[in-house]
Design a protein around this ligand. Structure first.
Ligand SMILES: NC(=O)c1ccc[n+]([C@@H]2O[C@H](COP(=O)([O-])OP(=O)(O)OC[C@H]3O[C@@H](n4cnc5c(N)ncnc54)[C@H](O)[C@@H]3O)[C@@H](O)[C@H]2O)c1
Length: 370
């Protein structure tokens, strides 16, 4: 298969692992040929570190006819606008999450892509890792009987330690716990159970501003506004009958994730969907809990699996797994949870999605297709 040429927009923190993997483990599928960032110097640094031939402005990158996929690693507030520009320029798009900040922007991106015959993909792609793919196989093969419930918790420290160069983005909508961390858990749940039809939620914003008290921060001593919920509880009703809870907070300390699935014949402790691997614990109805071996590869940070899978989709004319429609459904769930909290009602969703196909067994090293 010919490699698909990728231009990266956004050379910030997360670009490092994408560039490492897209020029390494996923380089049978993609070839990164150009990079751009508003901060030109950052793009230059990344190009030097990962051997990328061209450093462009965004306009130059979009005008390069050799680039087939734009990989959008910018801040949440500009994802949708840049994705629209890339599609207008005739490129497929793979974007970091959140897919958009509102339903209108998400739908506009998908409709433009469909009208132009272009593909849209979106992070997270951690559900393509060994952890979640093995759990999907265990559930599909009946090891816990019929799943009826799941409990997911993402509890982490606050963003106001100010250590991220643009930590302010985590204090706004899009960087809040539900929109920033929720996609890992929601996407994993959809990959296991399929779509959600109803959500209920309660969202809290515990503070209006924060003072950066970490002397290690470039913003030490500054007071910064908070404009999004920092603690959210949700109940999700899946089409397949599973009722799941999701707790998403950045008001806590340290990092304490948890995802468990309960079935009529056993329980499953699922690895943290923020990562590709992690211990899997099966507790059968009769017998002791035991750790289960992986059925699938990719336990290390394999970010870029989603765009690599999309490159196969471009070349082989087959669906890709970390799709825009999946991300739109995740966004719809998150916005529905906020709306439920505001209106004090259950929210019935208007979007749905086909569960992404599990990865086949026995794939060759660093391949996502046969
Ligand atoms: N940092 C992480 O650990 C992490 C992990 C997973 C996903 N993400 C997601 O990745 C995205 C980027 O996160 P990050 O941590 O790398 O942020 P970052 O702030 O470090 O990087 C974003 C980069 O985008 C550039 N940028 C912003 N607007 C632009 C525009 N209009 N045109 C060109 N460049 C522009 C900025 O200059 C910056 O260098 C976010 O959506 C985030 O949710 C981050």
């Amino acid at each position: 298969m010919a490699r698909v040429k990728v231009g990266v927009i956004g050379a910030g923190v997360i670009s490092n692992i994408y560039l490492k993997n897209c020029t390494g483990m996923w380089s049978q599928a993609v070839e990164v040929t150009a990079i751009a960032d508003l901060v030109h110097e950052l793009a230059v640094q990344r190009a030097e570190a990962y051997g990328i031939a061209k450093v462009y402005t965004v306009d130059e990158l979009l005008a390069d006819p050799t680039i087939e996929i734009v990989l959008n690693l910018t801040a949440p507030a500009v994802h949708a606008a840049l994705n629209l520009r890339a599609l207008e320029a005739g490129k497929h798009v793979y974007t970091e999450k959140p897919f958009a900040l509102n339903r209108e922007d998400a739908e506009a991106v998908l409709q433009l892509a469909e009208a132009r015959g272009l593909l849209v993909g979106c992070a997270p792609d951690t559900f393509l890792g060994a952890g979640i793919q093995t759990c999907i196989k265990l559930i599909d093969d009946g090891w816990i009987g019929r799943p009826y419930a799941a409990s997911s918790t993402i509890v982490m420290g606050n963003a106001w330690d100010g250590l991220h160069p643009n930590f302010q983005n985590f204090l706004k909508l899009g960087g809040d716990p539900l929109m920033d961390m929720g996609p890992y858990y929601l996407t994993a749940l959809i990959a296991m159970f399929g779509p959600v039809h109803r959500v209920t939620g309660s969202a809290q914003q515990l503070r209006q501003e924060v003072r950066v008290e970490n002397p290690g921060s470039h913003a030490y001593g500054q007071t910064v506004p908070v404009s999004a919920p920092t603690n959210v509880s949700a109940v999700l009703d899946f089409d397949n009958g599973v009722v799941a809870t999701l707790q998403a907070t950045k008001e806590s300390f340290g990092y304490m994730p948890r995802l468990e699935v309960y079935g009529t014949e056993g329980n499953l402790v699922v690895p943290d969907p923020n990562f590709f691997g992690g211990p899997i614990l099966l507790r059968p109805a009769h017998g002791e809990p035991r750790e289960v071996a992986y059925s699938h590869p990719y336990t290390e940070d394999s970010r870029g699996a989603g765009i690599a899978d999309m490159a196969y989709a471009v070349q082989l004319q087959r669906p890709h797994r970390a799709s825009g429609r999946l991300a739109q459904h995740v966004l719809d769930i998150s916005l529905g949870v906020f709306e439920s909290s505001q209106t004090e009602r259950h929210m019935t969703l208007t979007t749905s999605v086909v569960r992404p196909a599990p990865l086949p067994l026995g794939l060759h090293h660093h391949r996502l297709d046969r």
